[in-house]
Structures are given as C-alpha cells and as structure tokens.
Ligand binder design. Sequence first.
Ligand code: ZN
Length: 271
Amino acid sequence: MLGKKQLNNAGDTPLLLGHEDVPPIHEHNAAGRSPYLLTCDHYGRLIPKQLGDLGLPESELVRHIAWDIGIAGVAEALSRQLDAHLIAQRYSRLVIDCNRPPRTASSIPRISEATTIPGNEGLVREAAEMRRTQIFDPYHRRIDEIIDYRLHAGIPTVLVSLHSFTAVYAGIARPWHIGTLYHRDTNLPLRLLKLLRAETDLVVGDNEPYAVSDETDYTIPVHGEMRGLMNTGIEIRQDLISDQAGEKSWADRLARIFAEIEPMLRAERLI
Ligand SMILES: [Zn+2]
C-alpha cells in the first residue's frame, strides 16, 4: 500500500521520490563557456527510499552493475578544467538505465551481468512508469532544455557522453584503457582516436568495449544524432579511475586532448 505522503496533490499519481530523496539531476558548472556539453548517465548509485535495496546486498550495490565507478570524479574535474557544463544523473542504473530506450528490456534490468535484481522482478507497468517519469524523463528533459537554450543563444554544442567500464566482464579481461564510442557521426570520435593513439602508453578502443546503437543507447542517438550535434561517447576502464589520483590524471589527459581539438573544429567552422 502506498502511504499518503507518496501521493501528490494533483490526484492519485503515486510518487517514487519522497522528501528524503534528492532530485535525479546533478549539474556542475552550468555557466561553463565551453562548446563541450558533458553528460553522465551512470554518475550515481542512489536508490529511492521507497525501493529499499532492490533486494540486493551492499556488495552488489557498489559494483559496476549499479553505476559507472570512477566516472563522477573524472566528469566533475573535466567539467572544471574545460569550463564545460556537466549534466549527470544520480540514481542507480539498476533503478532505471538512463542510457537505454525505456521500451527495451535492459531499461529496468531483471538480470545484470550474472546478478538477478529481485526488486525488478515482476514490476507492474505503473511501477516501471514511475521510474521513467521521475528519473529518466526529468534527466533527459533537462539535457533537451540545455541544448535548446544553447541553440537559441548561438552557443556551439558538442555532446560528450562520459562512461566507465569494468576491467573484467563475465570473466573476460578487457585490454583497452579507454574507448571512443559512436554510431552515425564519426567526426569527433576519429579525431579523438588519433590523439589518444598518439599517447604511447594507451591501448585505445575504437567502438570498444561497446559500439553505440539505437537499441543499446539513448543519450547519443537522441541528443546527439537526432539533434544534429557533433558527439562522442567515452568509456574509461574503471580500475584506472578507482581513486582520486586516477580520476585526476584521466581528467587532465582528456582536458588536454579536448582543448587541442576545439580550435581544429573552430578552424573548420564545424562549431
Ligand atoms: Zn555508463
């Protein structure tokens, strides 16, 4: 049964996020002047109080299945260094994955890697809708609003979607330190690949460990491709950014490379 405090004033619409829960959207450096607009779909691992622990022990809720380990620190440092606006989402991808189309099974996963998520079993449609309307929708609406604002204000916008990946998935070790991810727009990813490969200490993935697709992604297809914005995804291996020193060194490296690319884009009148 839903308690009275979980009903809103407009009628009987149940609320997922109560007064103890923070809003899903986290923004950093909103007045940033950089053309790069940073997004971070898997920034946090919060769970709305009403959903408890989703039936999982703490040991599962700190793993990569719940969030992108290390990316929050990289994203904020990169936002500072580039003077770029960052829009991030605080709730766990196990509650709802903000980089999956809501129509897909992996939007609210019942199994992630080899872990069954009891709190996602047998969800009624209304419960799934609440997660979408109160976490997924506000986050993506905010990205939309910011892109609209920038377009109307004549501010160039290059979308950079930041992620991290686990070093070992389903028992298989991944060799890449970083990967660029893309689909229809290859302009920025290919520039990034070239500069990342010039760093002699790196193994760089070209659409590895994942490639962007309309079924497995949302942020790049919807906010980048459908709006005609230059874009790239970035995946950094989690063991490299598992402490503050790692986060800082990767933010420093990416800030240097993105700063190198910006004048090239301006010179070619791409932004
Ligand atoms: Zn991610």
